[in-house]
Ligand binder design. Structure first.
Ligand SMILES: Nc1nc2c(ncn2[C@@H]2O[C@H](COP(=O)(O)OP(=O)(O)OP(=O)(O)O)[C@@H](O)[C@H]2O)c(=O)[nH]1
Ligand SMILES: [Mg+2]
Length: 208
């Protein structure tokens, strides 16, 4: 749920970057941090081990002028992809307004991608959500590597749904399509918020 303060005219949305270990979630936030004007973003907070594996989460807050009259913030989180940290995934996913699923494009990582997507669904359900209802954008990362699966195959494996998610081919380490992915999830999250607000206003008008 977005945090809306009508007196102070602020609204903030929580977006969580999920996906299997080493798929490039932290690299996404590092690139967003590097590319955005320091005035429009916070510092990047990372809790990682000596080997740069995310231990708890990464966090970055960015400002946007997306909603007229409101100071809008997007709080970006990553979760560790290692399965041993499932409790963390569950915790960070709470109150999420949107998800970026970062898939590793390498052929030998496809089982891990599918398991991560299933773990995401299970954890969303614990929070009263599901993959069918939460705004989600897919990112096929590491397209620069030689052993990547064709995008059509990834779409078949991960995005074979009645209403497919928007998907992007990316090279997060080099920053390619990182902002396009962020822009897309922000738009989907905002549209979903505006649709719910419109529904609420309509219900209030009917009740009055
Ligand atoms: N070649 C290539 N390497 C990448 C790309 N994106 C990330 N990497 C590298 O992959 C490794 C893992 O990236 P991270 O961003 O730490 O992955 P993560 O998903 O946060 O991993 P966990 O926190 O352990 O779940 C790092 O060495 C990155 O530099 C990419 O697009 N291409
Ligand atoms: Mg990480």
């Amino acid at each position: 749920m977005p945090v809306l303060n009508t007196e102070q005219k602020t609204v903030s949305f929580k977006i969580v970057y999920c996906g299997t270990h080493l798929s490039g979630k932290t690299a996404n936030l590092q690139q967003i941090h590097a590319k955005l004007d320091p005035q429009g973003r916070s510092d990047l907070v990372s809790l990682s081990t000596a080997r740069d594996r995310t231990l708890f989460f990464d966090f970055l807050s960015i400002e946007s002028a997306a909603l007229p009259g409101y100071k809008t913030a997007f709080q970006l989180y990553t979760v560790p992809g290692q399965v041993t940290y499932n409790a963390t995934l569950q915790l960070v996913l709470r109150q999420a307004d949107g998800v970026v699923f970062v898939a590793d494009s390498q052929l030998d990582r496809q089982r891990d991608n599918i398991q991560a997507l299933q773990a995401l669904d299970a954890n969303l359900r614990l929070n009263g959500h599901s993959l069918d209802r939460i705004p989600l954008v897919l990112q096929y990362n590491k397209r620069d590597l030689p052993n990547t699966a064709p995008v059509e195959y990834l779409e078949f494996l991960l995005n074979n749904r009645p209403r497919p998610w928007l998907s992007f081919e990316a090279e997060a380490r080099a920053g390619k399509n990182v902002l396009a992915t962020l822009n897309a999830i922000s738009q989907v999250v905002l549209s979903s918020f505006q649709a719910r607000q419109a529904g609420r206003l309509q219900a209030e008008a009917v009740a009055a």
